[in-house]
Design a protein around this ligand. Structure first.
Ligand SMILES: C[S@@+](CC[C@H](N)C(=O)[O-])C[C@H]1O[C@@H](n2cnc3c(N)ncnc32)[C@H](O)[C@@H]1O
Length: 210
């Protein structure tokens, strides 16, 4: 599912240092993330690219923002006219701003509490690296399978999920692609923007439900 290009992130990232995302995003770190104008700007830019990849036909589409954090993506989607539901594991993120219009729900995106065929699209920005971060862990593999099955189930037919994330290396990219294709009926591909520039590189996994 992935193109050939070289990368390997050497420095340890928060998801490698902290076992649980709730131990990292709390207190000052959570507040810094939620109030950073530069992060907000970047996440909106990623959202715009994700929308371009989804190529939605209906303006009134219902979109799930999975792993919404403080809601940058869902808020932007609302602003331009989409209906959204925003889920995250961390209640403090969902309470940071008044994001009632995004229909925030505290929930694990691997076990989403929605009826089958609810959404016209799923967008997940900068969150997947917290779900699958050890190639040898059966627990994480199962977590990733649960997430892929959940996204498949809640999407309407002929709709798409787009997942932007930061894999540690190409092995992760290939493993994620293989696990999802082997365990769901999704077809998919990776889109890699700025592949040669590690600072600007952005990786998107586009999944199609037929
Ligand atoms: C780096 S933040 C990104 C937040 C937001 N998508 C953005 O673009 O600003 C990662 C988010 O993923 C959420 N997350 C991680 N694992 C999750 C899970 N299993 N279910 C729901 N949210 C999860 C975290 O709580 C955190 O808010």
């Amino acid at each position: 599912m992935s193109d050939n290009f070289d990368f390997d992130i050497k420095r340890k990232r928060p998801e490698e240092i902290y076992n649980d995302v709730l131990d990292y995003f709390r207190g000052e770190i959570l507040e810094q993330y939620a109030t950073s104008k530069s992060i907000m700007k970047m996440q909106i830019k990623i959202t715009i690219r994700a929308l371009e990849l989804l190529n939605l036909r209906k303006k009134d589409s219902l979109i799930l923002d999975a792993g919404t954090g403080p809601g940058f993506t869902a808020t932007y989607l609302n602003k331009i006219g989409y209906e959204t539901v925003a889920i995250d594991l961390i209640p403090e993120f969902l309470n940071f701003y008044d994001i009632k219009e995004s229909n925030p729900i505290v929930s694990d995106m691997c076990f989403t509490p929605f009826k089958p065929q609810t959404f016209d699209a799923v967008i997940s920005i900068s969150s997947l690296q917290w779900i699958y971060k050890d190639l040898n862990s059966a627990v994480m593999k199962n977590q990733l399978i649960s997430l892929a099955k959940a996204f498949y189930t809640i999407l309407k037919s002929k709709s798409k999920a787009v997942i932007q994330f930061y894999p540690k290396n190409k092995e992760f990219l290939d493993s994620i692609g293989k696990i999802i294709i082997d365990n769901t009926k999704f077809s998919g591909n990776f889109i890699i923007d700025n592949p040669k520039n590690p600072k600007k590189r952005k990786i998107y996994l586009l999944l199609n439900k037929t």
